[in-house]
Design a protein around this ligand. Structure first.
Ligand code: ADP
Ligand code: MG
Length: 394
C-alpha cells in the first residue's frame, strides 16, 4: 500500500510539521557524527525549496522526561544550518506559547528546529494533550524518521492523528520501505536470510515471519546456541536462554530444513581478546563457550549467499567486537557484498549488523543498510506500523 510522499503534496506557504531522526551523538556540545542530519537534507530541501515553512521535531538520547542540556537539539540545528547554508532557527521547547510564536514568525522556506521531544515524558506515552499541542504547529504532517516508525509516540502517532491536513512520508522512509518491502515481500529467488545477534527472544517473531518468505534462513550469533540446545546438540558453557527452549523447539519443528544451524563454532573460554580458542564441530564441548560460527559454517553460509538473488541480514553471527570472533561476521558481510556485486539485492537491518558492515568498509557495496535497527527488525515480523497506516495513501 504505497504512501504519499512530500513530493505528492503542496507545501507552499504551509506550516509543515516534520518528525525527523536527529538522534545523533553529541560530545561537548558538538555533533560527532552528522550522518542522520545529512540524510534528512533531501526531504528538508524539497520542502523549503517549494516555500514550505518547516518545523522539525526529533528526540535525542534518553533524557527520560527531564530537561537535560546534554541532550539538547541545538547542536543538531547548528549542523543543519551549515549543511543548508542558511539560517536555521531553534527554540528551546517543543510545545507551548514560545514555540507557537516562533512558528508564526516563519516565512516561506524557513526552518525551525524544536527542542528534544523527550524532555517531556508525554512524548513516549503518546499523551493526548501533548499530541494536541504538537499538532497545533502544522498544517501538513511529514514523518521521515524510520528509526522510531515502529513506536506509537506523540510525534509519530498522537499528533498526526489530531491533524486534518495531508499526512505523508519523507524520502528516507520511502526508501526504507521500498527496499525492505521488496526484499521481504517480493524477492527474486533464491532468497536467503541470515539471522544472528544476541537473543532468540528478541527475534522470534521476525524469524517466524521470515521463514514463510525465505528459501533458507541461516542462523548464527549467540542466539544459535539456544536453538542448538533445543535441537538436542551440546552447547557446553555457551549462553543459552533456558526459558526459551520450548519456544525454540516449536520453531525448529515448524521450520523444517529451511532453518540452518551452524555445523561448527569457534569457541573460547571467556569473551575477551587473547582467550584460548578452539573449533567445535556439531555440538560445543564442555568447558567451552561459542563466540562465532566456525570455518565449515562460513564455507557453507557464504556459498548459499553467493548463490542468492536476494539477501536479508539481521544480527552479527559472532561477537564481532572482540577479535578473533569477528571472522564469521566479516565473512558474511563480504559474501553479501560479493553477491550484490553480481546483481543480488541485499538489505541489512539491525543496528549492530549495520555497524559491522560499516566496519568492514562495505556500506556502499550492499544495496541498502537500514537506518532503523529496531524498526527494520519490526518490519521483518510482517506486522504493519500504526504510524504509517494512519498516513495518506497514494
Ligand atoms: P542487531 O543490532 O544487528 O539486531 P543484536 O543486537 O541482536 O544485533 O546482537 C548484536 C550483539 O550480539 C553484538 O554485540 C554481538 O557481539 C553479540 N553476539 C553475536 N554473537 C555472539 C556470540 N556468539 N557470543 C556473544 N555475543 C554475540
Ligand atoms: Mg543491537
Amino acid at each position: 500500500m504505497a504512501k504519499k510522499t512530500v513530493a505528492d503534496i503542496d507545501v507552499a506557504g504551509k506550516r509543515v510539521l516534520m518528525r525527523v531522526d536527529f538522534n545523533v551523538p553529541v560530545k561537548n556540545g558538538k555533533v560527532t557524527d552528522d550522518t542522520r542530519i545529512v540524510e534528512a537534507v533531501p526531504t528538508i530541501k524539497n520542502i523549503t525549496d517549494r516555500g514550505g515553512r518547516l518545523v522539525l521535531m526529533s528526540h535525542l538520547g534518553r533524557p527520560k522526561g527531564e530537561r537535560t542540556p546534554e541532550y539538547s537539539l541545538k547542536p543538531a540545528a547548528d549542523v543543519l544550518s551549515a549543511l543548508l547554508g542558511k539560517d536555521v532557527r531553534f527554540v528551546d521547547d517543543c510545545i507551548g506559547e514560545k514555540v507557537e510564536k516562533a512558528v508564526t514568525e516563519l516565512k516561506d522556506g524557513d526552518v525551525l528546529v524544536l527542542e528534544n521531544l523527550r524532555f517531556y515524558k508525554q512524548e513516549e506515552k503518546n499523551d493526548e494533550e501533548f499530541s494536541k499541542k504538537l499538532a497545533k504547529l502544522g498544517d501538513v504532517y511529514v514523518n521521515d524518521a524510520f528509526g522510531t516508525a515502529h513506536r506509537n509516540h506523540a510525534s509519530t502517532y498522537g499528533a498526526p492523528m489530531q491533524m486534518t491536513g495531508p499526512k505523508v512520508i519523507g524520502f528516507l522512509i520511502e526508501r526504507e520501505l521500498k527496499y525492505l518491502d521488496e526484499a521481504v515481500n517480493n524477492p527474486e529467488r533464491p532468497f536467503i536470510g541470515i539471522m544472528g545477534g544476541a537473543k532468540v527472544s528478541d527475534k522470534i517473531e521476525a524469524i517466524d515471519n521470515l521463514l514463510t518468505k525465505v528459501d533458507k534462513l541461516l542462523i548464527g550469533g549467540r542466539m544459535a546456541y539456544t536453538l542448538m540446545k533445543a535441537a538436542g546438540r551440546r552447547t557446553g558453557g555457551s549462553w543459552v536462554e533456558e526459558d526459551k527452549l520450548d519456544l525454540a523447539r516449536n520453531l525448529l519443528k515448524q521450520a523444517g530444513d529451511k532453518l540452518v544451524l551452524p555445523p561448527d563454532n569457534v569457541c573460547g573460554k571467556e569473551l575477551e581478546e587473547g582467550t584460548p580458542t578452539t573449533v567445535c564441530e556439531g555440538g560445543i564441548d564442555d568447558d567451552w563457550k561459542g563466540f562465532d560460527i566456525g570455518p565449515k559454517t562460513i564455507e557453507q553460509y557464504t556459498a548459499e549467499i553467493k548463490n542468492a538473488k536476494t539477501v536479508i541480514w539481521n544480527g552479527p553471527v559472532g561477537a564481532f567486537e572482540i577479535k578473533p570472533f569477528d571472522k564469521g561476521t566479516m565473512a558474511i558481510a563480504h559474501a553479501i557484498a560479493d553477491a550484490t556485486g553480481k546483481g543480488a539485492t541485499s538489505v541489512i537491518g539491525g543496528g549492530d549488523s549495520a555497524a559491522a558492515v560499516q566496519e568492514a568498509g562495505l556500506k556502499d557495496k550492499v544495496t541498502h543498510v537500514s537506518t532503523g535497527g529496531g524498526a527494520s527488525l519490526e518490519f521483518m515480523t510482517g506486522k504493519p506500523f500504526d504510524t504509517l497506516e494512519i498516513l495518506d495513501r497514494k
